[in-house]
Design a binder for this molecule. Structure first.
Ligand code: MN
Length: 130
């Protein structure tokens, strides 16, 4: 049922307020439930009570970076199945390899492409396949 599957929850982790607003607005506009966090400690705290279907994780965060947040989430058996997508500024080759090597589900480059962003999220959640 499209109505059911579109009600997925995405946790957006982003410390830049403009990028956060853009991502959250686009997702909410398309029927997703959006949770927000701007730093890693908050994410780990939220995951004690929340189970998003997908985490959109900025790599460059104050304090704990996205790689460390990723490792901590994946180290918890209860959280391992949550899909995690890296959100990264113009992925440098080296960073892209680290992202792939760590086992991120996918990555999305910033600046966010407003035309493709939601489609990509849907594909990652298995909703965009035809
Ligand atoms: Mn950032």
């Amino acid at each position: 049922m499209p109505e059911e599957t579109s009600k997925k929850t995405v946790l957006v982790v982003e410390d830049n307020p403009i990028n956060m607003k853009l991502a959250a607005d686009l997702l909410e506009l398309h029927g997703f439930t959006v949770l927000k966090a701007s730093e890693g400690e908050t994410v780990l705290h939220m995951l004690k009570t929340q189970r998003p279907d997908l985490i959109l994780l900025d790599i460059h965060l104050p304090g704990m970076d996205g790689f460390e947040v990723f490792r901590k989430i994946k180290a918890d058996p209860a959280l391992q199945r949550i899909r995690i997508v890296a959100l990264t500024a113009s992925a440098m080759r080296e960073e892209e390899q680290t992202i792939r090597g760590l086992g991120f589900h996918d990555y999305i480059s910033k600046p966010i492409d407003t035309k493709r962003f939601v489609q990509k999220i849907r594909e990652i959640l298995g909703q965009g396949m035809s």
